[in-house]
Design a protein around this ligand. Structure first.
Ligand code: FAD
Length: 744
C-alpha cells in the first residue's frame, strides 16, 4: 500500500483532476473573448496546451516541486481545499463559473498571506507563460501558437543565415569520458567566463570543457528560436527558477556558450566607479587606469566585434531616447555584439543563435577553441578531486546520472581545474567538493529588475530588432549618491515572458494588456544592488536555492527608478497609458492634448508616484526578475574577504580557479557580460604566462607564492584546524626535545 502511495506521489504525470484544475485556472486567468473573434477559443481547448505544460514541468521541476504543484491542483478540485487557499467558504474552484473563479484568483493574488500570493504567482507564471509561447506544431513544422494571431505576434523568424557553429559538437569535438584520457585543463561551464578562458588555455595544453546545458547544433538553422523551446533548452531550469519565496524570476543561460548564447547583446564596460570600488577593496588590478584589465577589455570587445556605431534602434529603444531627451536625462548608445541590429530577427537571439548574428561565446571563442583541438563533454561536473590541498581531477557524469554515483567517472587533470559554472552553480560545485569558505554561496548579487510599461497609439513591435541598444545612466549614482542606483534600459519582450511578468488584476485587464502587446513599450529599472543573497544546494547539492530579499536601500532606488521610468514614458508623444508591475498596479492615462500640462494631469502624476511609494517592493506584490547573477564566490585579498584570490584561485585549494561572474567583488552596475569576459581574459592570460614561464609569468608565480605563504591553510581568515593541530604537535615535539636536551 505504502509503495503504491509513494509511487503515485512520485509519478511525474498529471491525472484527470490535475488537468481539470489546469484548464479551469487557465480560462479564468485568460478568459475567452465573448465576441467569437480570434481570442474566443478557451485556452483549455487549444491543441497541445496541457501536454506542453506537462512536458515543461516534468522536464524542469524536481519531484518535490511537481508534488507541490499537483497538491495545489488537487486542492482546487475540492471545496475544502479551495476554501483553505481562498480563505473563505467556497465550492471547489473547478466547479465555479468563470466570473467566480476570477474572483478567487483576484483574492489570492492580493492576499495578505505570502504563501497564497506565492501560489498565485507560481501558477500564473507557469500557465500563462506556457499558454502564450508554446508551440502547438510538431517537429520540423514551422512553430505556431493558437493565441499569437490575436496578439499580432508573428512567431519566430524564418530568416536563417548560412553561418554554422563551425564545429561538429556531437561529432569530433565531443568526447566520451569512458576512455581514460587525461587533460591539462578541465573547464566546468562554457559561458562568458569559461569560453574565454578555454580559448586561451587550449593553446598551451589539452583541454576539456564540461557543459551541462544544451549543445548548439552544428547547423544553426536547426535552432528554432521558438520562445518556449528556446527557454526550455537554453535556460537554467527551463526558465522556471525563482527565488525561494517565489517573488523574483531568475533567468540564466544553460547552454553551450552559457548566458552569451541567450543574452541581449548589450556590451557595457565595467564602470569606472565600480572599478574604483574594487581597487579600494585591495584588488588593484581593477584600478581604472590598470593596463592589464583595460587591455583585456579591449581584446574582448574587439574579438566579439562590439561597436556602438551604425546601431539601429528598435521601436522601444526609440521611445526611451525620446523620453530621456524630453526630460534631459543622460542616455547612451549601448554598444552591441549583434552584427546587424537592423534585422527584425535580432530580437529573437535570446532563444539561440539561428542567424549567427549575435557574436556570443558559442560561435566565437568556442569555435576557435574547437579549431585548436579543444574538446567538450555534455554532462555535469559533480565535484573536484584533491590531493594534499591541490586539485587533481574532476568527477563527471551524464546529466541523467547525477543520482547514480556508480556511473560517475573521475577524470584526471595535470594542471588546473577551472570552475566557470556561473554564480548559481560555481558555489554549489565548490560546496559539493567540501569547501567551506564563508564567501562561497554568499554575497550573491542579482541586479533586481522591475519595469514600467506603456501602451502607445501606434504599433511598436518591441520584440523586433536588437532589444537593448540604449541605456539611461542619469540615476546610476543612486538616491544616496553612493554609486548604487539603477540604470534604465529596454528589455526583450516576447509573449511568454510578458504573460509571466505582467501583473494580473483580473482576466479581462490581463488579456487586454496582452492583446495590445504589439503597442507596448517597457522600460526596465535595473538596480545595482548593495544588498546580497545566498545560493545553497538542494537535491544532494545539485540544484540552486536562491534566498534573496532586496535591501531597503535597493528598494528606495527601485522606487525612484520606477518614477523616473514613468517620467520617460509620460514624455513620449504617443503614449496613452502607463502602469507598473505591481499587483495593485497604479495606472496613468495620458491626457488627449499633451501640449498642455493641466492641473488634473499633475494630480494624476502625483497619485502615480504615491502609489509606487505605497506599493513598494513587497514580496510577490511587485513583478521582479533578474538576468544577472554575480558575486557568490567573490574575489578578495585574503580568505576572510573572498573565496578566491586575485588570480581566481580558491584560497582553500591550489590549482582550482573560479573564473566567471561569481568572482565579482560586488555588483558590476553594468550588464555583466563584458566584465565577466574581461576578467576571464585577464586571468586566462596570466595562466598562459605562468605556464609558459615567461618573465611576467615568473613574476606572477612569485606573487602567488608570497600570497599563498601568507594565507595558505587558512579558511575565512581563521587558522585551519589541521594547521593548529600540526602546530601543537610541532610545539609539543620541540618542548620535549628541549627538555630532553636539558636532561642530557
Ligand atoms: C536573458 C538574459 C539576458 C542577458 N542580457 C545581457 C546583456 O545584454 N548584456 C550583458 O552584459 N549581460 C547580459 N546577461 C548576463 C550575462 O549573460 C551573464 O552575466 C553571463 O553569462 C555570466 O557568465 P558566467 O560565465 O558567470 O556564467 P554563464 O554564462 O551562465 O555560464 C555558466 C555555464 O556553466 C554551466 N554549468 C553550470 N554548472 C555546471 C556543472 N556542474 N557542470 C557543467 N556545466 C555547468 C551552465 O549550464 C552554463 O552554461 C543576460 C543574461 C540572460 C540570462
Amino acid at each position: 500500500m505504502v509503495i503504491i502511495v509513494v509511487r503515485y506521489l512520485k509519478s511525474m504525470a498529471f491525472n484527470k483532476t490535475h488537468v481539470l484544475s489546469i484548464k479551469t485556472l487557465a480560462d479564468a486567468l485568460y478568459p475567452p473573448s465573448p465576441d467569437g473573434g480570434s481570442g474566443s477559443t478557451p485556452l483549455s481547448e487549444q491543441p497541445m496546451f496541457v501536454e506542453r505544460i506537462e512536458e515543461g514541468v516534468t522536464t524542469h521541476l524536481d519531484y518535490r516541486e511537481f508534488l507541490e504543484l499537483k497538491a495545489l491542483l488537487i486542492l482546487l478540485n475540492t471545496a475544502a481545499g479551495t476554501s483553505l487557499l481562498y480563505g473563505g467558504p467556497s465550492s471547489a474552484f473547478t466547479s465555479l463559473d468563470l466570473a467566480s473563479r476570477g474572483q478567487v484568483l483576484a483574492c489570492l493574488s492580493r492576499s495578505s498571506i505570502g504563501l497564497r500570493r506565492k501560489a498565485f504567482n507560481g501558477l500564473k507564471r507557469l500557465l500563462m507563460g506556457t499558454a502564450l509561447s508554446y508551440n502547438a506544431k510538431g517537429e520540423n513544422e514551422a512553430p505556431h501558437n493558437p493565441v499569437w494571431s490575436s496578439l499580432k505576434y508573428p512567431g519566430p523568424p524564418v530568416e536563417a543565415s548560412n553561418v554554422t557553429a563551425g564545429y561538429d559538437f556531437l561529432g569530433k569535438s565531443y568526447v566520451d569520458v569512458n576512455n581514460d584520457d587525461e587533460f591539462d585543463y578541465i573547464i566546468i561551464g562554457s559561458g562568458c567566463g569559461g569560453s574565454v578562458v578555454a580559448r586561451q588555455l587550449c593553446k598551451v595544453g589539452k583541454c576539456l570543457i564540461i557543459e551541462k546545458g544544451t549543445p548548439l547544433p552544428s547547423d544553426l538553422k536547426d535552432v528554432s528560436q521558438c520562445e518556449s523551446e528556446g527557454m526550455s533548452k537554453f535556460y537554467e531550469k527551463g526558465s522556471l527558477l525563482t527565488t525561494s519565496d517565489g517573488s523574483l524570476m531568475i533567468l540564466a543561460g544553460s547552454a553551450l556558450g552559457g548566458g552569451s548564447t541567450v543574452n541581449w547583446g548589450c556590451c557595457l564596460d565595467t564602470p569606472k566607479y565600480v572599478r574604483e570600488e574594487w581597487n579600494g577593496m585591495g584588488l588593484s588590478q581593477f584600478h581604472p587606469d590598470g593596463e592589464e584589465f583595460n587591455g583585456a577589455m579591449a581584446e574582448v570587445k574587439k574579438y566579439m566585434g562590439v561597436t556602438d556605431t551604425g546601431i539601429v534602434h528598435n521601436g522601444m529603444n526609440k521611445k526611451l531616447i525620446e523620453g530621456c531627451d524630453k526630460n534631459k536625462f543622460e542616455w547612451k548608445v549601448a554598444p552591441q555584439n549583434i552584427k546587424d541590429t537592423s534585422l527584425k530577427s535580432a530580437g529573437w537571439t535570446c532563444f539561440g543563435p539561428r542567424q549567427g548574428n549575435k557574436q556570443g561565446g558559442g560561435i566565437t571563442w568556442l569555435r576557435e577553441y574547437s579549431d585548436n583541438g579543444g574538446k567538450f563533454f555534455e554532462g555535469l561536473a559533480v565535484k573536484v578531486v584533491t590531493k594534499s590541498g591541490k586539485a587533481t581531477g574532476v568527477v563527471v557524469c551524464a546529466n541523467s546520472d547525477k543520482d547514480s554515483p556508480s556511473k560517475w567517472k573521475t577524470l584526471n587533470v595535470r594542471r588546473k581545474v577551472i570552475c566557470s559554472a556561473g554564480s548559481l552553480h560555481s558555489p554549489l560545485f565548490l560546496q559539493r567538493s567540501g569547501f567551506r569558505n564563508k564567501n562561497i554561496g554568499s554575497n550573491l548579487r542579482l541586479h533586481p529588475v522591475s519595469a514600467v510599461m506603456a501602451t502607445c497609439k501606434e504599433e511598436v513591435f518591441g520584440y523586433e530588432g536588437a532589444p537593448m541598444t540604449t541605456v539611461c545612466t542619469e540615476f546610476q549614482n543612486g538616491v544616496n549618491d553612493d554609486g548604487y542606483g539603477p540604470k534604465l534600459e529596454c528589455p526583450s519582450v516576447h509573449t511568454g515572458v510578458m504573460a509571466a511578468a505582467l501583473p494580473w488584476k483580473n482576466g479581462s485587464q490581463f488579456k487586454e494588456a496582452l492583446e495590445s502587446s504589439s503597442k507596448m513599450v517597457a522600460v526596465i529599472v535595473l538596480q545595482r544592488d548593495i544588498g546580497g543573497g545566498t545560493v545553497t544546494g538542494k537535491n544532494k547539492g545539485f540544484d540552486p536555492v536562491v534566498d534573496y530579499v532586496p535591501d531597503t536601500r535597493d528598494e528606495e532606488n527601485i522606487k525612484e527608478g520606477l518614477k523616473r521610468a514613468f517620467d520617460i514614458l509620460r514624455a513620449c508623444d504617443t503614449v496613452e497609458k502607463i502602469w507598473t508591475c505591481h499587483v495593485d498596479q497604479p495606472q496613468y492615462d495620458a491626457p488627449s492634448a499633451k501640449a498642455e500640462v493641466s492641473a488634473a494631469d499633475l494630480v494624476n502624476v502625483e497619485a502615480f508616484y504615491k502609489a509606487i511609494d505605497e506599493n513598494g517592493v513587497g514580496v510577490n506584490s511587485l513583478g521582479l526578475f533578474c538576468a544577472h547573477q554575480m558575486g557568490s564566490c567573490r574575489m578578495g585579498q585574503n580568505p576572510n574577504a573572498g573565496a578566491v584570490d586575485e588570480d581566481g584561485e580558491l584560497w582553500e585549494c591550489e590549482n582550482l580557479h573560479v573564473i566567471d561572474a561569481s568572482v565579482f567583488p560586488t555588483a558590476s552596475g553594468a550588464n555583466p557580460m563584458i566584465t565577466t569576459m574581461s576578467i576571464a581574459q585577464m586571468l586566462g592570460s596570466r595562466l598562459v604566462e605562468m605556464q609558459k614561464a615567461t618573465e611576467r609569468g615568473a613574476a606572477l608565480l612569485e606573487m602567488r607564492r608570497v600570497r599563498r605563504k601568507k594565507f595558505g591553510g587558512k579558511r575565512n581568515g581563521k587558522l585551519n584546524p589541521l594547521w593548529i593541530g600540526a602546530f601543537i604537535v610541532g610545539a609539543v615535539g620541540a618542548v620535549s626535545a628541549y627538555v630532553g636536551l636539558l636532561k642530557m
